[in-house]
Design a protein around this ligand. Structure first.
Ligand SMILES: Nc1nc2c(c(=O)[nH]1)N[C@H]1C(S)=C(S)[C@@H](COP(=O)(O)OP(=O)(O)OC[C@H]3O[C@@H](n4cnc5c(=O)[nH]c(N)nc54)[C@H](O)[C@@H]3O)O[C@H]1N2
Ligand SMILES: Nc1nc2c(c(=O)[nH]1)N[C@H]1C(S)=C(S)[C@@H](COP(=O)(O)OP(=O)(O)OC[C@H]3O[C@@H](n4cnc5c(=O)[nH]c(N)nc54)[C@H](O)[C@@H]3O)O[C@H]1N2
Ligand code: SF4
Ligand SMILES: [Mo]
Length: 689
């Protein structure tokens, strides 16, 4: 029997696991939380406890499969699969140019160190500009705010939740999601500690698990957050509460002038805020006052604010409010990590925006990517420079990006489509070939991204649990072979170099001696070592506000429709892991939540299947009637819609009865005003009973 300690790489919490494993029988005996992990301290969730079920899943692909002319799939060997893929990519690029190949990188890429270390090399080798990823259905507004204010899109501030006295959460549900852009395992304990020394306050159109656990929760109407934030700015201004502290000399702008310019765009802001957010002025002013009065405080916004039309502006205002109230780069506020692998160091400003535009829709790039909302249009339109072939790596955009049905059509039109994935999902069912990499426990791991976003500095290397099966490939090996590399450097070697070059001069050998991880201390102010200028009022955001102020009624005038929002459930993971029996057992979770008043008006009963319609499509789904959702708002989790007619390998997922994709309703042309991130939240819909 072997005992192995490793990080769970299924979500951003990166919990330490203690895995007991019988080598002779190749069998997992138990999976528990590792109580000696300095960050997660024994925490584990149902997904982490089932991580080995992915390895054992009989529906997981282990060999490359190629689609035959009659539509059936055939297993082929790796050599043939790699050369078939390379030939097809080359032939399209020879005929139509490098940009004829598009790439979509899904979320699990950032949870896989081999993919991270080799993915960018592979992508570069293809010389295409058509790069898309889950970033633009997720955290793109955060990168925008960081780029325009701090000079680097990846310099992301993290809420210092272990020391804050007032945690104000806008549109995040860490008790279900386990935290995002905030690697904070065991979030319940951490929130409980905040409640003991201060307050946790949640603004969300749904009374979420986090909202129920918080000190206070207020329903806020979808997409009205910018008013909550602008009104907060007004409050700070009126109460002369600006405290720049040590950041003063990084700022060149005349702050009072800039704030006055913004406030003049929104006369009557207090009333507008009450009207749009549906939170009373008294409650609003209380929140603002308590935030300012707390010894330290942090304002944090995630998916609820980032995936809406005003996401980039909201994130900018969130950073701005933390800065103006002295809660930026300060203990208990938004802070920056000092990770063992520091990919940013001292920021050197580089232009990363509008260097080129997409061929069909003329959309600007940012950080070398286009927003995925344009992908279907870039494929479907008859245009000489349209995308003709796709490479989808660890993603399922048919379920995870807006207007999934249109993307289905687009993927069926492609001349060549390769996917790197260990499942056949709703997207790669249309591929010509699927190359399956090893599953999580079959390869070693280091969280390059999430150790950069952790609420405490620490480092941890995880060994593989299962021995590598004969003739299997890790993601990085597939990339390497597709690139035709003459000499391959093992990712462990690259990692070792990065650790040695890092601020703590660690090494792989050192990390291997500490299987529970090495604690590198709490977060320390370090912004002044990283940047030389802090821009508080980038014109791109101020101009955006001007546009909103001029078109207020077209943006906020749809209240006669229901506003659709999403939902994450603890036992789910975006579009996958719905095939794991112990995670999907019990009450079905893919239901539409609807307030009793709305249900009554339309005569809807609990569990009744109802039709929901938007400008893009229609779905049928079971109703759950609850006052945990705001009147006028309905909520559907994303990542479902595993249809029986689809050619997918998720046999159990297909059998869920209430099983519809929210992204058959969302609109690919409904995007963030500034950065073109998908604007899922607040999609107007109607119910047809
Ligand atoms: N309406 C709505 N839509 C949303 C969201 C929302 O809140 N509302 N959230 C959005 C967000 S935040 C995200 S991140 C996206 C996620 O969207 P995507 O990234 O497009 O989809 P996932 O479901 O994460 O894709 C998982 C696929 O990766 C494969 N996979 C897992 N691990 C590995 C691996 O190590 N290697 C390889 N090669 N494949 C692997 C799985 O088998 C699965 O097929 O969804 C977005 N979509
Ligand atoms: N169990 C589970 N965990 C996950 C995932 C998963 O699919 N399942 N996905 C992972 C991924 S990829 C990510 S990015 C993270 C995301 O992590 P979180 O951001 O914490 O995720 P959500 O639970 O979607 O929280 C968003 C909240 O915003 C609210 N909301 C919707 N619209 C608005 C609005 O207009 N304004 C405000 N203020 N709130 C609004 C929703 O009701 C919801 O409660 O979770 C990760 N963890
Ligand atoms: S919270 Fe996330 S990292 Fe922790 S066990 Fe669950 S899925 Fe794994
Ligand atoms: Mo995400």
């Amino acid at each position: 029997m072997k005992k192995i300690y490793r990080a769970c790489n299924l979500c951003e919490a990166i919990c330490g696991l203690e895995i007991q494993y019988d080598e002779e029988k190749n069998e997992i005996l138990s999976i528990k939380g590792d109580s000696n992990d300095p960050l997660s301290r024994g925490h584990i969730c149902p997904k982490g406890a089932s991580i080995a079920d992915i390895y054992y899943d009989p529906n997981r692909l282990k060999k490359p499969i190629r689609k035959l002319k009659n539509g059936t799939w055939q297993e082929i060997d790796w050599e043939e699969a790699i050369s078939y893929t390379k030939e097809n990519i080359k032939s399209l690029q020879d005929k139509f140019g490098h940009d004829s190949i598009g790439i979509y990188l899904g979320n699990p890429n950032v949870h896989n160190y081999g993919s991270q270390l080799y993915g960018s090399r592979f992508i570069k080798s293809l010389k295409t500009k058509n790069i898309f990823s889950a970033t633009s259905v997720d955290q793109l507004p955060h990168h925008f705010a960081s780029y325009f204010m701090l000079g680097h899109p990846n310099l992301l501030p993290i809420p210092d939740i272990d020391r804050t006295h007032y945690f104000l959460i806008l549109g995040a549900n860490p008790l279900a999601s386990n935290g995002s852009l905030m690697t904070a395992p065991n979030i319940r304990e951490r929130l409980k500690a905040i409640k003991e020394r201060g307050k946790v306050v949640v603004l969300d159109p749904r009374k979420t698990e986090t909202a129920e656990f918080a000190s206070e929760h207020y329903f806020i109407y979808p997409e009205s957050d910018i008013f909550f934030l602008l009104n907060f700015l007004r409050y700070i201004y009126v109460h002369k509460a600006i405290r720049l502290n040590h950041l003063q000399d990084l700022i060149k702008e005349n702050i009072i002038n800039e704030i006055e310019k913004i406030l003049s765009m929104f006369p009557n802001l207090e009333n507008l805020t009450e009207k749009f957010t549906k939170i009373s002025q008294q409650n609003l002013n209380n929140i603002y006052k308590e935030f300012l009065d707390a010894p330290n405080a942090v304002l944090y916004g995630r998916i609820g604010v980032s995936t809406q039309r005003f996401g980039a502006i909201s994130l900018w205002l969130i950073y701005l409010i933390n800065i103006l109230t002295g809660n930026f780069d300060q203990v208990g506020g938004m802070m920056f990590t000092s990770p063992a692998i520091d990919l940013i160091g001292k920021v050197e400003k580089r232009n990363l925006y509008k260097r080129y535009y997409s061929s069909v829709t003329n959309t600007p790039e940012f950080m070398g990517e286009f927003p995925v909302s344009i992908l279907a249009d870039e494929i479907l339109t008859d245009h000489p420079q349209s995308i003709k072939g796709m490479i989808v790596i660890a993603g399922n955009p048919v379920l995870s990006t807006p207007n999934g049905n249109q993307l289905r059509k687009a993927f069926q039109k492609l001349e060549f489509f390769v996917s790197i994935d260990f499942y056949k999902n709703e997207t790669n069912q249309y591929a010509n070939i699927i190359l399956p990499p090893t599953s999580p426990l079959e390869h070693e791991h280091y969280d390059i991204t999430f150790l950069t976003l952790a609420v405490r500095n620490y480092a941890k290397f995880s060994e593989a649990v299962f021995p590598k099966q004969k003739d299997s490939r890790d993601d990085w090996e597939i990339f390497s072979q597709l690139m035709d590399q003459k000499r391959t450097i093992h990712p462990q070697e690259l990692l070792n170099q990065m650790l040695k070059n890092g601020p703590y001069k660690l090494s792989l050998e050192e990390l291997k001696k500490h299987p529970h991880g090495i604690d590198l201390g709490s977060l320390k102010p370090n912004l002044k070592e990283r940047i030389s200028e802090l821009v508080l009022f980038p014109s791109i955001f101020v101009e955006g506000l001007k546009e909103i102020s001029k078109n207020m009624h077209s943006f906020f005038g749809l209240n006669h429709h229901l506003a659709l929002i999403g939902r994450r459930e603890l036992r789910s993971n975006n579009s996958w892991m719905h095939n794991i029996p112990r995670l999907i057992k019990g009450e079905e979770r893919c239901k539409v939540w609807i307030h009793p008043e709305d249900a009554q008006k339309m005569g809807i009963k609990e569990n009744q299947f109802i039709k929901i319609k938007s400008t893009n499509g229609e779905i049928e789904i079971a109703a759950h009637i609850t006052d945990k959702i705001m009147p006028g708002v309905i909520s559907i989790p994303h990542g479902y819609g595993h249809r029986v007619i689809d050619d997918i390998s998720w046999i159990n997922a297909k059998n869920l009865t209430s099983n519809a994709s929210i992204n058959d309703l969302t609109d690919n042309h409904r995007v963030d005003l500034i950065c073109f991130n998908a604007a899922f939240n607040g999609t107007p819909v109607q119910i047809l009973v």
